[in-house]
Design a protein around this ligand. Structure first.
Ligand SMILES: Cc1ncc(COP(=O)(O)O)c(C=O)c1O
Length: 365
């Protein structure tokens, strides 16, 4: 008989996601079961839709919902419903997830021009303006917080440029929603996708999406059945079966959205900023620093330069086994160069900042 079973001890999730869930969100996962077409459950979906509209600060008339799947399913839903073969997409690639977005557009038949930006820096809107002047694009794709580098990109400036050139602005808000200032209406974002497991503080498995009226007007016939917005709308709004949505995940996301709105979006953003700054100050007092320049730093994800002489994998292993804290490794060209420390959702606390600073100090001694 195998002795493998469910985890019985806590690990503090301070990596690039998932983030820790609050006791209330954890409890919601065990609420009494409902089917995907149960009237009470459908009413809950209506409320999730409304709350997501407010959390994205979506323009009036937007369609918001949560896709069954992780952040990538949100990415695929947005791309599948806005891309036809022959279309042209300009994708700003500031790291690993910008490249994934570029590949997603290619899979749906778009001709993609990648605007490559050095990892660890934010895109300069001037460079985007230049690329837009030289081409004819239907869409501009951008990652708000690039999780591979801890960089925040200037969304409003890029969205304004896209609009000037009659292109839609598609935003990856996977590591920003609920953690970093995002106001889709004010910023001019046409479509966005996120995840449940980072700034919002729910488990992974649902991907919030937002289509503004400007994007809805340009939707195409989706080549994906599962991510077809027409079919998804007929389920979420028309109450017609499309797929068997997971009630426990919706219960958890709904609770996380309630917590987000109870705290208040602005207060939540300020909390993330405060704890990011405490972390940066704590690093500085130990002679350590982040990869991005101060103006380009995200508050949700910190890319810490690995100090000279420290053994990347051994430090992460010690954090996990001795301190029960998970942090993330560097991705792609940043492997072995940075640790990724997420302070997101319920994980963004003063106590967690102190815990991870102390653990890093001990594990690098
Ligand atoms: C910016 C960004 N986009 C997309 C994704 C993909 O999300 P998921 O792993 O939930 O599919 C991630 C995952 O961390 C991400 O950080």
């Amino acid at each position: 008989m195998s002795s493998i079973g469910l985890p019985s001890s806590e690990v503090l999730l301070l990596g690039p996601g998932p983030s820790p869930v609050s006791p209330r969100v954890r409890e919601a996962l065990g609420a009494p079961a409902r089917s995907h077409l149960d009237p009470e459950f459908m009413a809950l979906l209506d409320d999730v839709r409304a709350r997501l509209g407010r959390v994205f600060r979506a323009p009036d008339g937007s369609l918001t919902s949560a896709i069954s799947g992780t952040g990538t399913s949100g990415m695929e839903t947005v791309v599948a419903n806005l891309t036809e073969p022959g279309m042209c997409a300009l994708v700003v690639v500031t790291g690993y997830f910008g490249e994934r977005l570029a590949q997603m557009f290619e899979r749906y038949g778009a001709a993609v021009e990648r605007l490559q930006v050095e990892w660890g820096t934010a895109v300069d809107p001037e460079v985007v303006a230049h690329a837009l002047r030289d081409g004819q694009f239907n869409v501009v794709g951008l990652v708000h917080v690039e999780t591979s580098t801890g960089v925040v990109n200037p969304v409003a400036a890029i969205a304004a440029l896209a609009r000037q050139h009659d292109a839609l602005c598609v935003l990856d808000a996977v590591t920003s929603l609920g953690a970093m200032p995002l106001d889709a209406a004010a910023m001019g974002v046409d479509a966005a996708y996120s995840c449940s497991q980072k700034g919002l503080g729910a488990p992974s498995g649902l991907a919030p999406v937002m289509f503004a009226p400007t994007a809805l007007a340009r939707r195409v016939k989706s080549r994906s059945f599962y991510f077809d917005l027409d079919l998804l709308e007929s389920y979420w709004v028309g109450r017609k079966y499309h797929h068997t949505m997971s009630a426990p995940l919706v219960f958890a996301l709904h609770t996380a959205l309630c917590e987000t709105e109870e705290e208040g979006l602005d207060a939540r953003w300020r909390r993330h900023e405060r704890h990011h700054q405490q972390f940066v100050d704590g690093l500085a007092s130990r002679g350590w620093s982040l990869l991005p320049a101060p103006a380009a730093r995200a508050w949700s994800l910190n890319a810490v330069r690995i100090p000279a002489g420290a053994d990347d994998a051994a430090v992460r292993r010690r954090l996990l086994t001795e301190h029960r804290i998970e942090i993330g490794a560097g991705l792609g060209p940043l492997a072995g160069k940075v640790w990724r420390v997420g302070l997101m959702g319920a994980g963004s606390t003063e106590g967690n900042v102190q815990a991870v600073l102390n653990a890093l100090q001990e594990a690098t001694r």
